[in-house]
Write a protein that binds this ligand. Structure first.
Ligand code: SF4
Length: 346
């Protein structure tokens, strides 16, 4: 009989499975505690009832993605290339801040959105990742940190900003987030997970009801239709006005902001006019803008603007009273920065 990955099961799904097989109800909580809280990768064979142990041995597989290569940059960013069971590869990045880490997870092998500034977009979509492959990226990266940087091995934030459009793989990403947030699982606090989307409307329409504890970062990149169409081709199918309707509806009544990511490309979307139109679009919203100077990658014609242009753009947004940060580029010497991931080129 083919075994199922243990890491695909949310706690309610695991409880249901145990109930269906008439197994003691304490099993799922004990298993979650063993594998997620105590971070054990070998099967839990001590605390469980004998019947549950036999069931676990027979039904569950505990294997994790294999680490194919690992690169560390001088700023302590770490990029993993994982090999999956079918030989496909995905990348995951640990980004350091104050001796802790944010992990940037992939949600798909390649991506169907084909954003013109993105190295992953060049690959096209190979396939969606399964829940256990998303959880696996986190667990292996955590194991590596504990073994190699034991004094600062905490992962405090998760961002789905690696390869893939997370809302295009909604069900697997949602289940992974449930496991990350579960008090018996990885126990991350609400608002510590952020999903970055190019504006995939079918997923956004589900997000408000199904993943309210997860933050959204919208890739804006231009308030001008023609420019956004070029950068994010799905803008033609899911126009920004429609996307903003859903994004605007979400923070209402909640003390939180939506992040708008704005990739600045030299001579393309970094002019004063671009900044003013962005300011007018976001003024008065619960918006926070993350300005990202373009990170070059092999084969791209776009260029990174001078810092002075980035600062001018920020000062114009400041005049609209929109909180704006210039995102520090980390890991670009190992092609681990935003938009640079592409598992084919390694
Ligand atoms: S930027 Fe994101 S959504 Fe666009 S192609 Fe790259 S991975 Fe896909």
């Amino acid at each position: 009989m083919k075994k199922s990955s243990f890491y695909q099961f949310t706690l309610p799904a695991l409880k249901e499975l145990f109930a269906t097989h008439d197994l003691p109800p304490s099993g799922p909580g004990l298993l979650y505690n063993w594998h997620y809280k105590k971070r054990k990768s070998e099967p839990c064979l001590t605390d469980l009832a004998k019947r549950s142990i036999a069931f676990v041995k027979e039904h569950f597989d505990f294997s994790l993605p294999e680490m194919n290569t690992l690169q560390e940059s001088t700023d302590k960013t770490v990029k993993f290339l994982f090999q999956l069971a079918d030989g496909q590869k995905v990348e995951t990045v640990l980004i350091p801040f104050n001796n802790k880490y944010t992990i940037c997870l992939s949600s798909q092998v390649g991506c169907a959105m084909k954003c013109s500034f993105c190295h992953t977009g060049l690959q096209g979509l190979q396939r969606h990742l399964k829940t256990e492959e998303i959880i696996g990226q986190f667990l292996v990266a955590q194991q590596w940190l504990t073994a190699n940087r034991p004094l600062d091995d905490k992962i405090l934030n998760i961002v789905f900003m690696g390869q893939g459009e997370p809302l295009h793989n909604f069900d697997a990403v949602k289940d992974a987030c449930d496991i990350f947030l579960s008090q018996h699982g990885l126990s991350l606090a609400d608002q510590k997970i952020t999903i970055s989307t190019a504006g995939y409307l079918p997923g956004l329409m589900r997000w408000k009801d199904e993943m309210p504890q997860v933050n959204i970062a919208l890739s804006l990149h231009s308030a001008i239709k023609e420019k956004r169409d070029e950068l994010i081709p799905i803008n033609k199918r899911f126009p920004l006005e429609k996307v903003m309707e859903y994004v605007d509806a979400i923070p209402e009544g909640k003390n939180r902001f939506v992040t708008y990511e704005y990739l600045l490309i030299d001579g393309f979307n970094d002019k004063d006019e671009d900044a003013h139109l962005t300011g007018k679009l976001l003024a008065g919203k619960k918006a926070y803008v993350s300005l990202i100077p373009f990170n070059p990658f092999p084969g791209s014609d776009y260029k990174r603007p001078e810092l002075s242009k980035v600062e001018k753009f920020k000062s114009i947004l400041d005049s609209y009273k929109i909180p704006t940060l210039i995102r520090a580029t980390k890991g670009d010497e190992i092609l681990a920065a935003c938009g640079q991931l592409n598992s084919r080129t390694l």
